[in-house]
Write a protein that binds this ligand. Structure first.
Ligand code: GRF
Length: 200
């Protein structure tokens, strides 16, 4: 299964996918390309260091969202991409891309969806909200991407305790270790489903 990874930041979740691949846990997955809206993103550097085609594609480069959507779709189709992983991608996936890859775009979110999801709930803001609410646990979620933020079918979740002395940063770090476990696992399960689908 050919996979495109979209990210906007340092790329630690992408690194976890590469480590899982090196560990033989993603033999059915080939990383075809990495795309970022941020030309300086660490995730693009990691791709280049691993000889994976790295593309800076941003809506700002296009006269309209529709031109941007067509460019993203063109990039995916010319690389025969079967599925997309959002690994810290801070932009909305265009509707026509979601439609073309229905059920085959997955996202990692640093909270126990459906709680603490939706617009504005990203990065450190998520952990601030969990602490503000006084929750005793948090965690990470891998879900299918649909037209609404953080809304699609939940594929995998893992919980972590919230400690009394937690700061948003210490909680974020604990959740991140879970993200690095469940995203590769969810990708392996998606590949197994897609390959099974191909066989029949
Ligand atoms: C992760 O916390 C992820 O849950 C969120 O953005 C962050 C990306 O981190 N969507 P990284 O770029 O994978 O290190």
């Amino acid at each position: 299964m050919n996979v495109a990874v979209f990210g906007s930041g340092r790329g630690s979740n992408f690194q976890a996918i590469l480590a899982a691949k090196k560990g033989g846990r993603l033999d059915e997955v080939s990383i075809s390309l990495v795309m970022s809206n941020n030309s300086g993103a660490g995730i693009l550097e990691i791709a280049r260091a691993n000889a994976i085609p790295a593309f800076h594609v941003s809506q700002k480069q296009f006269p309209s969202e529709d031109h941007y959507a067509d460019a993203v779709l063109e990039l995916l189709q010319t690389h025969n991409v079967d599925a997309v992983v959002l690994a810290g991608f801070m932009k909305r996936v265009p509707a026509k891309v979601i439609a073309a890859y229905r059920g085959r775009i997955i996202n990692i979110h640093p909270a126990l969806l459906p709680k603490y999801g939706g617009s504005g709930m990203f990065g450190i803001h998520v952990h601030e909200a969990v602490l503000q609410a006084g929750d005793r646990e948090s965690g990470a979620t891998v879900h299918v991407v649909d037209e609404l933020y953080d809304h699609g079918k939940i594929l995998l979740q893992e919980r972590v305790p919230v400690r009394a002395d937690d700061t948003p940063e210490t909680l974020a770090a604990r959740v991140l270790t879970v993200e690095h476990r469940i995203l590769p696992e969810a990708l392996a399960r998606l590949a197994a489903r897609v390959h099974t689908g191909v066989k029949h």
